[in-house]
Design a protein around this ligand. Structure first.
Ligand code: N01
Length: 531
């Protein structure tokens, strides 16, 4: 027993905040460190114009407290970043969480001591905290990916990254703005920036599929209908493959079992309804290339219908499998390329040669800019964990343990790193689900586990190497049955040069939850529990 906390939590986003709350409920002393100056994680950092969640707001919120979910009122079908950040702040205030969070502080190092069965955590504020348990609530998309483009540091104008957006207002009026990237962040930001920028140049390496969000204000009576039995609604969502979307069930039929007209009608219906559940139109869209091609060509036709210049439309048209890079949802993304003040530059064919003080050079042409925005994504799922010097049993580093890609048991634990838990770690459903649903499930599992150890007088828990190997094989075997590994996505780490190509998240939320339950029922099967 130490004088310090029982649990150190890294991060005060939705995962860290719920960990604090849950620890308190179980009588565990917890202390969190957060690099930002406020709570909210992803929603604290990603303040770029147009930032919005792609899971509906009535679902993308905590379910753990009935009063909380009854008193909070979401205003739109998909909540915008400022509203989600207000919600995160409301939760922090309501449960008085701030008193256990040290803000503006990064954890640099964490070292396991087998003799005392404790972690010593070192921060950039020079503090050293000792605790038996370490919970990494560091988020899956929290380390930005800044490409190593020659001359980037020489750019003389304003330079921003969507994943680390300034807290002050950014003014695009009259400016020549460039955006590198066309993933979810860019797809949301581009239409908003184009509204006020003098000129917007989009540097696109790979065209993206995007489906309209069809965002709209929520009606008072639909909110009331959900709230009338919120618990049942949440439970229905937890039983969905991705932990959300029970209002829009997946159609399990093969696209080849219906007529061409019926297939089109179903895709059209989902296109008009909007949102990522477009991919649930047929059961085989994520499994079979020919089936996938039917949905992909449907979206390609929509691009051709929307974009007036056929040459620009062709450049905006993706050819890869739809859904293997995360599907974007948008408001007027493709139509934005019809504006006179927007130019699309293909840097897939002619890669960016350099950034100069005046702009971006590609294909021998210099595009002059006053502002450059990197919408170049994240070192996803492992980036933040590996930037911290984590040393487990016998001083082994997590960096070495994961040199050939992340290896975990259940996405919660790593062999050789006792009493270290990850919330939504690689090998868990995480980014392929409603993150808040996954976060709640993980935080409850982790804190119940700590509580169990404490009540049974055990000092440590650690995944066995065998259970971990089996789990890694299981995660890969499921991904390999799908089309997900067929293109260069961040799910595979393929967006970061040099990163090992491994499919990191696990597909299928309900069976995963069942496995986690079974592991506990079988007395923490796959773990070694130390006295
Ligand atoms: O990042 P991304 P993101 N030269 O990695 C390009 C979540 N999210 O921030 O495809 C030129 O998807 C890269 O090109 P390519 C969501 O899970 C959710 O947009 O690799 N281009 C790509 O176009 C999402 O999937 C929401 O060829 C370069 C772009 O940059 C995840 O976050 C909103 C380049 C990066 O796209 C990440 O999204 C926003 C280079 N050197 C984000 N390097 C919602 O909830 C990279 N690119 C709606």
């Amino acid at each position: 027993m130490t004088d310090g906390p029982d649990v150190v939590v890294v991060g005060a986003g939705f995962a860290g905040m719920y960990t604090l709350r849950r620890c308190r409920m179980l009588g565990l002393r917890a202390r969190a460190f957060e690099a930002g100056t406020g709570v909210g994680g992803t929603w604290y950092w990603n303040r770029y114009p147009g930032a919005r969640c792609d899971v509906e707001s009535m679902e993308y919120s905590y379910s753990f407290d009935e009063n909380l979910q009854q008193e909070w009122n979401w205003s739109e079908r998909y909540a915008a970043q400022p509203e989600i950040l207000s919600y995160a702040n409301h939760v922090a205030d309501r449960f008085d969480l701030r008193r256990d969070i040290t803000f503006g502080t990064r954890v640099l190092r964490a070292v396991w001591d087998a003799t005392t069965a404790t972690w010593t955590v070192h921060t950039d504020g020079g503090e050293e905290v000792v605790a038996p348990y370490l919970v990494m609530a560091t988020g899956c998309l929290s380390s930005t990916n800044t490409p190593d483009i020659p001359g980037l540091a020489s750019f003389a104008g304003e330079l921003h990254h969507t994943g680390n957006w300034p807290h002050e207002a950014v003014d695009f009026r009259g400016k020549r703005v460039g955006v590198i990237g066309t993933g979810s962040s860019a797809v949301q930001a581009i239409p908003v920036i184009a509204d006020t920028a003098g000129h917007l140049t989009v540097f696109q390496r790979t065209p993206q599929y995007s489906v309209p969000a069809r965002n709209r204000p929520l009606e008072v009576d639909e909110v009331a209908a959900t709230k009338a039995d919120y618990a049942t609604f949440r439970e229905r969502n937890r039983r969905m493959p991705a932990g959300f979307g029970s209002r829009y069930p997946r159609n399990e039929t093969s696209v080849f079992d219906v007529s061409e007209d019926d297939a089109r009608a179903e895709l059209q219906f989902r296109w008009e309804r909007g949102g990522t559940t477009f991919m649930g139109a047929f059961g085989d869209l994520a499994l079979d290339r020919e089936a996938n091609e039917i949905a992909a060509s449907f979206v390609r036709e929509k691009i051709a219908e929307t974009v007036t210049d056929p040459e620009v439309a062709a450049r905006l048209t993706p050819t890869h499998v739809i859904g293997c890079k995360r599907l974007c949802i948008d408001t007027e993304y493709f139509a934005t390329f019809n504006r006179d003040n927007v130019t699309l530059v293909d840097v897939g064919t002619d890669p960016i040669e350099s950034i100069t003080p005046a702009g971006v050079r590609t294909g021998g042409v210099e595009h002059e800019l006053d502002m450059l925005i990197l919408a170049t994504g994240f070192d996803a799922m492992t980036g933040t964990l590996l930037r911290i010097d984590i040393r487990g049993r016998d001083g082994a580093t997590l960096r070495d343990a994961w040199a050939a890609g992340p290896r975990t048991y259940l996405g919660l634990s790593v062999a050789g790193f006792p009493n270290l838990f990850m919330v939504s770690g690689p090998g868990s459903p995480s980014v392929l689900t409603n993150m808040i649903v996954s976060i709640e499930q993980h935080v409850e599992w982790i804190t119940d586990c700590i509580d169990h150890l404490r009540r049974t007088g055990r000092r440590s828990i650690e995944a066995t190497p065998e259970a971990q190997e089996d789990w890694v094989a299981h995660v890969n075997s499921i991904a390999d049955k799908t089309l997900y590994p067929t293109c260069n996505s961040w799910y595979l780490g393929a967006n970061v040069p040099g990163k090992t190509r491994v499919f990191m998240p696990l597909l299928g939320f309900p069976p995963y939850v069942e496995t986690c339950r079974r592991v506990v029922d079988n007395d923490y099967e796959g773990f070694t529990v130390g006295v």
